[in-house]
Design a binder for this molecule. Structure first.
Ligand SMILES: *Cc1c(COP(=O)(O)O)cnc(C)c1O
Length: 642
């Protein structure tokens, strides 16, 4: 790697405040992440602040390599508290006459440690779980201890699922079956008679309030979820007939995830209130109104109604819900129900950070190339000539010329009329012209449209030690933006612009859309020049929701190492849990290879080579040792110990 241009002036003309502004950390950090005076990103709680670099160091000392998914327990703890306290406060201030009960939807992050932590931290608020399948139900039943906690069962429920739920009621859990289709009801009625347990029933209504964002199809007439008004009437009539209408106690509605606009949330609650009121009039004894998920995370920190943001705070969200419910219900003189929400994303997103190192980079810059031969083609000479008439008022013209000659040169190469070295000289000249043009762009008043993207096309590629498909699937699948930034050197001016490539051999394995504080989205990320013999660490933030189990084994890169830490008041941290990522043997067995058998075959191949005199037995042993170590090793790029 070459020496970078880190100079004293980069430090003096640049402060950590400049970095904070550039990367927007004070916006999206939600008081959980910030910068300290040494130019380091820190994880924060009310009582302490720990640089992520300290944690990286601690991780490496424990022989865990990058990439690492870092979970910060205190943040999860704090976020569960913030949510519950914000609702409590709104309820108290507005005089709402009932309580709040949160449930965590397990699908958002099903990792055992996360689920267990939420159960532990949530116990004092009786925070429960929302489950959408039998496996999630089993996870909830074996994790929750607080009997008063809610378990809300969504999704398609067979007899076994229903039996589990009815038995949970016997154990003292408030387990609600939310009816998603009318066919579930007869099974619930029958099983409750057989087991002798009165069921707690909810109905999920199909909301017609439309919301914006990626997940808007969750609402509307064609939503696959929820009951239509006719189906609700069917359910009510069936329950009446069975003399079980009093079991219908919960109204469920879920508008979608990551709802950026508070007005749309309020619209949804108004609609929900109409259902609530009329179901009470029908004779149902509704006690709970469950407003589903949707509480957004401000990934960009812009506080706008953009998809990656939200135009409200947690406090406003709670106040709006409580106030809308209270005003609407008071108008009809209706009782206030328990407010339930199923916030997943907002509960877990903040607590996880993906940390990785940069392995290499590619600069698109001209180098010193000696002139080649006397009979250089005319096009190369003409390209050289451009430098002589390149002035700020002729940028577009020069760009066109350079482009034209470069294409001609490529054609000559294809036809065999120019050799490799000759072509390299021409490509290098082309880069020289582009860089000169780029340098002059600052001097012109109006940048020609074609040249606007010039910087992007010359941006560096930084190769990161991670797999997009494994660790950040939503970047690939739905163009989600996450805050991404270096976690150190932030007291230095970032002098380069880069796109990030991962280490899969897939052209989709790259990040070329970044949050930009001015433009909203930028195609490149400001980064520092890589220093010789010095690692450069970056973090992808707010990745606790939806990323872990959606990931896949592209190129057989497996699960990353996972480390859970607890930050202490004296700015130290405890490594509470460490989970080693998949080994190569692990990922191979996921795709039905048999590592033991594979080793046997490899050994036979080596043995044959010994027999045929191509290698020595010593070499054979060396080869098998390398093979075994690799099989037991990490799937990502490993740095050898010095
Ligand atoms: C996915 C889902 C949630 C979680 O939504 P967030 O926006 O992540 O809080 C809640 N409820 C239901 C029914 C869901 O399907």
């Amino acid at each position: 790697m070459e020496q970078s241009d880190r100079t004293e002036s980069d430090r003096t003309a640049w402060s950590t405040e400049d970095s904070a502004e550039l990367y927007g950390i004070n916006g999206w950090g939600n008081d959980y992440f910030g910068l300290n005076k040494d130019g380091l990103v820190t994880a924060k709680t009310l009582h302490t602040e720990v640089p992520l670099m300290n944690i990286v160091k601690g991780v490496l000392e424990r022989d865990l390599q990058m990439p690492v998914l870092l979970r910060i327990e205190n943040i999860l703890d704090a976020q569960v508290s913030r949510l519950n306290n914000a609702f409590r406060k709104a309820i108290e201030e507005l005089g709402y006459k009932n309580i709040y009960r949160g449930v965590y939807p397990i699908k958002v992050n099903q990792q055992a440690h996360v689920v267990q932590e939420i159960a532990d931290f949530g116990a004092r608020f009786k925070h429960g779980f929302e489950v959408g399948s039998k496996p999630e139900m089993i996870a909830a039943l074996s994790t929750l201890e607080e009997p008063g906690s809610l378990i809300v069962c969504n999704g398609y429920k067979d007899q076994e699922f229903i039996d589990l739920g009815l038995q949970a009621i016997k154990l003292g859990f408030q387990c609600y079956f939310v009816i998603e289709t009318p066919t579930e009801l007869p099974i619930i009625v029958e099983r409750s008679r057989v087991l002798g347990v009165e069921p707690k029933i909810g109905v999920r209504v199909k909301m017609t309030s439309q919301v914006s964002g990626h997940w808007n199809s969750t609402s509307g007439d064609r939503s696959v979820f929820g009951l239509s008004t006719t189906q609700i009437i069917e359910v009510v009539d069936t329950l009446k007939r069975e003399e079980m209408l009093h079991c219908l106690q919960l109204l469920h509605c879920h508008l979608g995830s990551q709802i950026p606009n508070i007005r749309e949330i309020r619209g949804g609650i108004n609609e929900a209130c109409r259902y609530y009121i009329d179901l009470l009039k029908e004779g149902a004894q509704l006690t709970h109104i469950d407003l589903g998920g949707g509480l957004a995370v401000d990934y960009s920190g812009a506080r706008s109604n953009d998809n990656q943001s939200r135009n409200y705070s947690l406090e406003e969200y709670c106040t709006d819900i409580v106030e809308t419910l209270k005003t609407t219900l008071d108008r009809y003189d209706m009782p206030h129900p328990v407010i339930v929400t199923e916030s997943g994303r907002a509960t877990v997103a903040y607590s996880s950070v993906l940390l990785f190192n940069i392995l290499d980079y590619n600069h698109f810059e001209p180098i010193d190339l000696p002139d080649h031969s006397a009979n250089e083609p005319q096009q190369v000479a003409l390209m050289r000539e451009i430098m002589n008439y390149l002035t700020p008022d002729r940028l577009q013209e020069c760009y066109n010329d350079a482009y034209y000659y470069r294409n001609e040169v490529r054609e000559l190469f294809r036809r065999g009329q120019l050799d490799l070295r000759g072509r390299a000289i021409a490509e290098n000249l082309f880069l020289k012209v582009l860089h000169r043009i780029d340098a002059m762009l600052d001097e012109v008043e109006k940048i020609p449209p074609e040249l606007e993207d010039l910087k992007t096309s010359m941006a560096d590629i930084y190769y990161g030690n991670f797999s997009l498909f494994q660790s950040l699937p939503d970047i690939w699948a739905i163009d989600q933006l996450f805050p991404i930034m270096p976690i150190h050197r932030l007291d230095e001016r970032p002098t380069r612009q880069a796109v990030l490539a991962d280490i899969t051999c897939d052209c989709d394995g790259k990040i070329d859309r970044f949050i930009d504080q001015e433009k909203g989205v930028s195609k490149t990320l400001p980064v520092h020049a890589i220093e010789l013999n010095e690692e450069y660490y970056m973090g992808v933030f707010l990745v606790g929701a939806y990323q872990e189990t959606l990931g896949d084994l592209h190129n057989l890169f497996g699960d990353t190492n996972v480390v859970s830490v607890r930050l202490n008041a004296d700015a130290s941290f405890d490594m509470v849990k460490e989970i080693h990522g998949d080994t190569i043997a692990d990922v191979l067995s996921y795709v039905e290879f048999e590592p033991k058998e594979m080793e046997l075959r490899y050994r036979n191949t080596a043995e044959r080579a010994v027999r045929e005199g191509r290698i020595t037995t010593r070499e054979r042993q060396q080869m098998l040792k390398t093979y075994r170590a690799s099989m037991d090793g990490y799937t990502y790029y490993e740095r050898e110990d010095d």
